[in-house]
Design a protein around this ligand. Structure first.
Ligand code: NDP
Length: 291
């Protein structure tokens, strides 16, 4: 079997084009142009790149973006005061605090300060709490997990009653995607660094989500024939033949697993582009909530 490639790049592009069109229609109708504020504390190079990418993506769809930077030694009070200021600013519909925050800052407290209606990253404790409870609806869902769900839907995957295995239990990916799968009536197993005999567990999966951050850890014999595999991992591996001296690979050994899976996301070009598309979608929704 050769797996169908789930083309996240193309799906994300389509979503972005829809967003651009809607933003233009809003502005033409005299409504506010959506605005996203990013808060970057410190000088983590990866965070700087992610923030830059988000601003560029906003620009491409006509969303205003406002970048706020604080030094690595900013106090808890300073960070929270900035969030409060952005909460009160009517030109800003979404607030994204780039994680991780420097050591010493209370992340939960900062995220808890974001006005719920502006929590476009979906990490406000109340939004996450609602996600975990039956019958409650979060206002926003974290972007990477939301993007994964769109990919599964686009690939026509039946989740009701399916066995889903999630590798990883992080606040950002593993846990929220597990909760989303559960809400869609999958039977979910969440694995982590203390799970015994990982391959035996993953082989049970109809839907396998890999979000561990270990290059090509999921091998061919970890995957049940016909399973759908979503690879969230982004890992750098040395490659002297590449221009930059490295290349990006996922948590799944793509070349092996594509021969057993029924559908699979590539890295790059799978989950990554969806994360930003979902952020733009959430920002547009936040603007609509403020109308
Ligand atoms: P974290 O490091 O926060 O979490 C990793 C999880 O994997 C933990 O739950 C950890 O277990 C588990 N884990 C680590 N090693 C093993 C192992 N050997 N066996 C079993 N479980 C293991 O990572 P993130 O969730 O933030 O990110 C995961 C990957 O996804 C990374 O490669 C990251 O770059 C990528 N990513 C991609 C995004 C995108 O948009 N494409 C967005 C966000 C992340 P334990 O809890 O026990 O420590």
């Amino acid at each position: 079997m050769t797996a169908k490639i789930i083309d996240g790049k193309a799906i994300a592009e389509r979503i972005r084009a829809q967003i651009a069109q809607e933003v233009q229609q809003r502005v033409e109708a005299g409504l506010t142009r959506p605005g996203l504020a990013t808060v970057l504390v410190g000088d983590n190079p990866a965070s700087q790149i992610y923030v830059r990418m988000k601003h560029k993506a906003c620009e491409q769809v006509g969303i205003n973006s406002f970048g706020y930077e604080l030094p690595a030694d900013a106090s808890q009070e300073e960070v929270e005061a900035l969030v409060e200021r952005l909460n009160a600013d009517p030109a800003i519909h979404g607030i994204l605090v780039q994680l991780p925050l420097p050591a010493g800052l209370d992340e939960e407290k900062v995220l808890g300060r974001i006005r719920l209606e502006k929590d476009v990253d979906g990490f406000h404790p109340l939004n996450i709490g609602r996600l975990a409870q039956k019958g409650r609806e979060p206002l926003f869902v974290p972007c990477t997990p939301a993007g994964i769900m769109v990919l599964l839907e686009e690939a026509g995957v039946t989740l009701e009653g399916a066995r889903a295995v999630v590798l990883g239990r992080s606040n950002i990916v593993g846990m929220p995607v597990s909760l989303l799968l559960l809400r869609r009536n999958a039977t979910v197993t969440v694995c982590h660094s203390r799970t015994r005999d990982l391959p035996a567990v993953t082989r049970e999966a109809d839907v396998l989500i890999a979000a561990v951050g270990r290059a090509e850890m999921v091998r061919r014999d970890w995957v049940k024939p016909g399973a759908v595999v979503i690879d969230v991992g982004v890992n750098r591996v040395e490659d002297p033949t590449a221009k930059k001296g490295y290349r990006l690979v996922g948590d799944v050994a793509f070349d092996e697993v594509k021969d057993v899976a029924s559908a699979i996301t590539p890295v790059p070009g799978g989950v990554g582009p969806m994360t930003i598309a979902m952020l733009l979608k959430n920002t547009l929704r936040a603007a609509k909530l403020a109308d």
